[in-house]
Design a protein around this ligand. Sequence first.
Ligand code: ADP
Ligand code: MG
Length: 343
Amino acid sequence: MENNKRTEIGELGEFGLIDHLNKSVKIKNSSTFKGIGDDAAVIEAGNHVKVVTTDLLLEGVHFDLSYAPLQHVGFKAVAVNVSDVAAMNAIPKQITVSIALSNRFSVEAVDALYAGINAAAEHYGVDVIGGDTTASRSGLVISITAIGEAKKEELSYRYGAKVNDIICATGDLGGALVGLQILEREKQVFMANPDMKPDLDKYTYVTGRQLKPDARMDIIHELRELGVVPTSMIDISDGLASELFHICKASNLGVTIYEDKLPIDKQTFDTAVELNMDPITCVLNGGEDYELLFTIDQKDFKKLEKHADIHFIGHTTKPEDGKNLVTKSGTVVELKAQGWKHF
Ligand code: ADP
Ligand code: MG
């Protein structure tokens, strides 16, 4: 029988599509410890493991060169991959860099991109070990693969959390989304009137969060020094709520988080209000902060309690208790994962 069924990708969404593809994949090698479904794949390598992760960045989808300097794009392309290595509690060691370029780009432009890539490679201590270069019909495409190392027992997967673990988030959240809104607004102003010089001085923190995120390898090294292995971990690339959903799904748990514990920077808060956006919605659903979300066993709380940049935002619960946000006024509302909709 002829099958004329056509399913729109939007019906599945990004995560549904990945689940769908995962069903068609068969793992054949015993050295493949973990395939699709975490921040990075895990491969056995003697007495330790390697983690491998890839991210693809497209001009016009992930970055806009009318306000993102090429150097920052290069740095960010590395940082987002390092962030996925960090999310496994592993240490990044090597990257490969593949680029596709249209004839709009000069050697000097590629040099600027690589100045950012090399700066990030220095910053994170990774070696650029290869890649691929090809022509593109539509702008710049960058795909980076990062390889990291850890001992097997050091790894933190999305699936390891237990009931009553403490949920931790690093840094502050929502800034990258608010920064993006400002950059887009100023771009529109500039396009309407090219004589207007964008006034971005007031917004340097949030625009920096969008243009030049820093993967939290500092936290990974500190956790090691303190002897804490998170029971589960993920990086916050699609928004806090969406990442909490991933941990809940993988670990088969519910969560309760508290609005008054959610970390937000003052400039993020003030700018969100100025843009008529709800700051808490920005924290919950803003993407691209590249902070870490992890759970710890209660016995480890004392070791992290005084850390200035780790926030204890809630705890895990039984799956039947659901996913809840306790508001400042004490009302319990169901947490919704909006995340980024690519399709
Ligand atoms: P992250 O946001 O941490 O980069 P993603 O949501 O992109 O993670 O990916 C989740 C998982 O799905 C990862 O294990 C990733 O390797 C895998 N994945 C994503 N796209 C594909 C694909 N086209 N084919 C196979 N695996 C994929
Ligand atoms: Mg990730």
